[in-house]
Design a protein around this ligand. Structure first.
Ligand SMILES: Cc1cc2nc3c(=O)[nH]c(=O)nc-3n(C[C@H](O)[C@H](O)[C@H](O)COP(=O)(O)OP(=O)(O)OC[C@H]3O[C@@H](n4cnc5c(N)ncnc54)[C@H](O)[C@@H]3O)c2cc1C
Length: 482
């Protein structure tokens, strides 16, 4: 059983289908796509090369841009579901509310009260899918349209409205920039300015698109991209001249701002890479100098029916309010209630610290696999590439479980060893020494702090010594279902 039909759920669905394993995908929404279904705000583009955001089994030679606009990514995901005939495995509008491991199998209950049973439980529930709203006094009193960036209200016209955007992360930057160039009156509330990558977003040439279609060319190009990632990523892992040169380059982007006061407001006070770097395709720093754009850094004291009251008591009058305030990145499978061996729950084991073995499994939770769970390379590689490595490994574990008629979980010792290896690697990476959404309650960033080649190596071979096997007995029909 797979929970979630975003790119992770569809990716593993295709692999399960090919392996002729009986499975069902439960999706709480009415369409595939996850992130790309839910985020339809203006200005959203994929922040990695479009060509790196492909399922490896379905190349797309026709991206309109080097970094594709979000609707194109969503159209591609839907096409994959159709071309691969994956929809017939998906139960839409069915949210899994509970999952419990008992008698060697996973027993689940949906929010509507239906039940199901599976040998293998795969959580493809995403890490940026639960919108987070700010705790600001008076939020519910705002009289005009007010919505989260992941729940965009397309009935509101851009022009003729005074827009307020709360947040200066990736979404806040992209929305402000897009509304600014559309000529909307927009105020962005910036509490903590970010480093922003100002980049070009050209159309791929006709020649290059033709070249990709040549036999072997695609694979050759993808291999080149992988090499580029594994070398380019090093600046995040160790201090040194590469990191310093990048920080200087990003500081130079700010030089297009003529007003020193505005420049100061938008200059970050922490080092480059600490937070996920917003990407700007239409030069945010030029957009914020348009007469219809205002950057407000005084801090919000409360929300009132006609706007936002700032820390010094000034009222910023608004017609529309957008919460570009991010996601609960530490929820993972939750709010699903999940109980493993002896009824131990996810909330109990993650109370002190969120952890996993390899980002994909947990001791005490046999045959439960996560896609892009804690310590996956969320900030290092495009998600489909990390998924490719995780899924190949999980498929091997499923085969092993079926062959041996067992349920598999990592041992507690192997998990400790894995965490100790990662903990030792964090000092010196860009993610420590400042505040970001990666850090868990213990302050540890929940991502992969080692070179990308080591992520690939980790999943290259099943380390059976790291695993515990739980007999599940002989059942009718023999073939285990995922
Ligand atoms: C605005 C935004 C921009 C991003 N841009 C990039 C980018 O440029 N590059 C990049 O690499 N990554 C980007 N990401 C990260 C992005 O989330 C991942 O790339 C990828 O889409 C995650 O896919 P997923 O399938 O793991 O999760 P999701 O896309 O979040 O899908 C999870 C699915 O599970 C379903 N679900 C959850 N819980 C349940 C349940 N209990 N029962 C049933 N169904 C459930 C959800 O409805 C959803 O459809 C971005 C994220 C956001 C929010």
């Amino acid at each position: 059983m797979v929970v979630g039909a975003g790119i992770a759920g569809l990716f593993i669905a295709e692999k399960l289908k090919r392996a002729r394993i009986d499975f069902t995908v439960y999706e709480k929404a009415g369409e595939v796509g996850g992130t790309w279904r839910d985020n339809t705000y203006p200005g959203l583009f994929v922040d990695v090369l479009s060509r790196q955001y492909e399922f490896p089994f379905q190349p797309n030679y026709d991206w309109s841009r080097k970094y594709a606009p979000a609707p194109e990514i969503q159209a591609y995901i839907k096409k994959v579901a159709d071309d691969r005939d994956l929809r017939k495995y998906i139960r839409f509008n069915e949210e899994i509310a509970e999952a419990r491991f008992a008698d060697g199998r996973w027993h689940v209950k949906t929010a509507k009260g239906a039940t199901d049973v599976a040998d293998v439980f795969i959580a493809a529930t995403g890490f940026l899918s639960k919108p987070l709203y700010p705790e600001i006094e008076g939020r519910e009193t705002f009289a005009g349209p007010a919505f989260h960036s992941a729940r965009w209200d397309h009935s509101v016209p851009y022009k003729g409205k005074r827009w307020g955007i709360i947040g200066a992360g990736c979404s806040g930057i992209q929305i402000t920039e897009a509304l600014a160039w559309e000529g909307a009156e927009v105020t962005q509330f910036v509490r903590r300015p970010q480093w922003i990558h100002i980049r070009e977003n050209p159309q791929p040439s006709w020649l290059h698109r033709m070249w990709l279609r040549m036999p072997f060319a695609y694979r050759l190009e993808q291999r080149k991209l992988w090499k580029m990632i594994s070398v380019m990523d090093r600046w995040r892992l160790q201090p040194g001249p590469q990191r310093e040169a990048m920080q200087r380059e990003y500081a130079r982007y700010l030089d297009v701002i003529a007003d020193p006061g505005l420049k100061k407001k938008l200059t970050p006070e922490f080092h480059l890479g600490c937070t996920r770097i917003p990407k700007s395709d239409q030069n945010y720093y030029q957009a914020v100098q348009l007469p219809n754009v205002h950057i407000e850094s005084r801090g919000i004291s409360r929300i009132v029916p006609n706007g936002v009251v700032l820390a010094d008591g000034t009222l910023a009058e608004l017609d529309v309010l957008v919460y570009a305030t991010g996601f609960d990145a530490h929820a993972y499978m939750r709010p699903m209630k999940i109980a493993g061996l002896n009824g131990t729950t996810i909330d109990e084991v993650w109370k002190e610290r969120i952890y996993s073995y390899g980002g994909i499994a947990l001791p005490g939770f046999p045959n439960l696999f996560m896609l892009y769970g804690p310590f996956s390379p969320v900030n290092n590689v495009p998600v489909p590439i990390g998924l490719d490595q995780e899924i190949a490994y999980i498929m091997q574990l499923i085969k092993l479980a079926r062959d041996r008629r067992v349920a598999i979980a990592p041992t507690a010792e192997a998990t400790q060893k894995f965490l100790a290896r990662l903990d030792a690697a964090f000092p010196g990476t860009v993610w420590v020494g400042c505040r970001n959404w990666y850090a868990d309650q213990s302050g540890t960033p929940i991502l992969w702090p080692l070179p990308q080649d080591e992520h690939k190596e980790f999943f290259a071979r099943i380390a059976t010594e790291d695993l515990e096997f739980f007999p599940v007995g002989q059942r009718e029909g023999s073939a285990a279902a995922a």
